[in-house]
Write a new protein. Structure first.
Length: 420
């Protein structure tokens, strides 16, 4: 089944996934950063203080997410989505009515938890649970909401802010989320759509589902968790950190700031392309096949911008990390189901989503410490490359022993033939 046939057959659930990931943008760094200058001006805050608010809120969100996110295994999908939407709306409106500095970290916590955390968690968990044979395509299509939001929403939000003000723009954001998600969840998603490809009905007409409990501490002790966790930590860590300091990077290289806009477009295109490429490949060969390799373009990209002198290397760098990010988002999401199964996927994914949220706070903080210490971007790039190399090497542990033995056997045979 190709993408066109798949979308025709499952259009309701595919759009649900894309809708949730795209609207999660209202809790993502790239959109919330647009409000920072207005908050600094209105509440007389320093850059350091507002960064601290944001970091603390993100870490708190990562701590809460496993407890809340696992409820998707026992609470019907529609009910869980509506409750999360209510939390999102309260956070957006609370943010818009901020009257003092202490409103800001509370609003950030709600937006990071509901937006970046739970909306993305709902989308990918739903695709992982309801699809089996076409899971790769389902996850890939739902993941498209992220680059779609990155490509479309910043320009629109900036225009809205300049026309009607930052507070009023938050009211529009809340209205969009409330109307689109609530109406779609209540009136478009029907019980007939909540049937998995294995024909197992997972209906919201049921009472809250009784699922045998699995302890998250036991998941965290498993070999599969320890194998996946470094990969899931790395990309948000590096991407958020590198994008947070993209203007200083351009200054360090001596390039025009104009390369950033084109570079981000190249990143979005490469990410979208690799997401769509990953889906059918995962369905055909399984995610485990690609797990040790998808971060290699990222490593090459870091080396390109580190040692490159011409401004065009910015575009090569953005394309390469976009390829890794897109392919990786589909691969690690599908691999969580391959490793842990569908039954507890909400509990499993909430743990990994928590790691992702936490890493997005750690990246800018660590890079900031290195730069404040006067170590410069040469050290930033070297540290990133070293960490990435370690993550790639440990990923090869996912390859079964019989595959390694087969490779060794083939290598030895070739060696013998070449000697003969």
């Amino acid at each position: 089944m190709n993408y066109f046939q798949f979308i025709q057959k499952h259009s309701v659930m595919v759009f649900f996934g894309i809708m949730m990931t795209a609207l999660s943008s209202f809790g993502q760094t790239f959109l919330l950063a647009l409000y920072v200058p207005f908050l600094i001006e209105e509440f007389a805050l320093s850059n350091g203080l507002i960064s601290t608010f944001y970091g603390v809120a993100t870490i708190a969100s990562a701590a809460v997410l496993p407890k809340v996110g696992k409820l998707i295994d026992t609470v019907p999908l529609k009910k869980f989505t509506l409750f999360t939407t209510l939390l999102f709306l309260v956070a957006l409106l609370f943010f818009s009515f901020a009257q003092a500095w202490w409103y800001i970290p509370i609003a950030f916590l709600g937006l990071r938890l509901a937006g970046q955390g739970l909306y993305s968690h709902i989308a990918i968990t739903t695709m992982s649970r309801y699809f089996v044979e076409n899971r790769g395509k389902a996850i890939s299509l739902a993941s498209l909401g992220h680059p779609l939001g990155q490509a479309v929403l910043p320009a629109i939000i900036l225009l809205v802010i300049t026309q009607i003000g930052w507070r009023e723009s938050l009211w529009l954001n809340a209205t969009l989320v409330a109307v689109v998600v609530t109406c779609y969840t209540l009136f478009v998603v029907k019980p007939k759509h909540l049937v998995s490809e294995s024909k197992e009905e997972i209906s919201d007409n049921q009472k809250e589902k009784k699922v045998d409990k699995v302890r998250q501490r036991d998941i965290m002790k498993s070999k599969e968790f320890l194998l996946l966790a470094p990969n899931i930590f790395f990309i948000p860590f590096a991407i958020t950190g590198l994008f947070f300091y993209q203007f200083p990077i351009v200054e360090f290289k001596g390039w025009s700031v104009g390369v950033i806009a084109v570079g981000l477009t190249a990143y979005a295109i490469a990410s979208s392309t690799s997401i769509l490429t990953a889906g059918p490949l995962i369905d055909k060969y399984r995610a485990k096949t690609f797990f040790p390799f998808y971060l290699i373009p990222f490593l090459i990209g870091i080396l390109v911008i580190w040692f490159g002198n011409s401004s065009w290397t910015m575009y090569v760098y953005m394309v390469l990390i976009g390829l890794s990010t897109g392919f990786g988002s589909a691969t690690v999401s599908a691999l969580q189901v391959e490793f842990f199964g569908q039954k507890y996927i909400g509990t499993v994914r909430s743990l990994f989503t928590s790691i992702m949220v936490l890493s997005s706070a750690v990246g800018p903080a660590l890079y900031g410490v290195l730069l404040d210490a006067g170590l410069g971007f040469n050290v930033v790039f070297s540290v990133t490359s070293a960490l990435l190399l370690i993550v790639i090497l440990q990923s090869f542990r996912s390859i079964p022993k019989y595959s390694k033995a087969k490779w060794k056997y083939k290598f030895r045979n070739r060696k013998k033939k070449s000697k003969g």
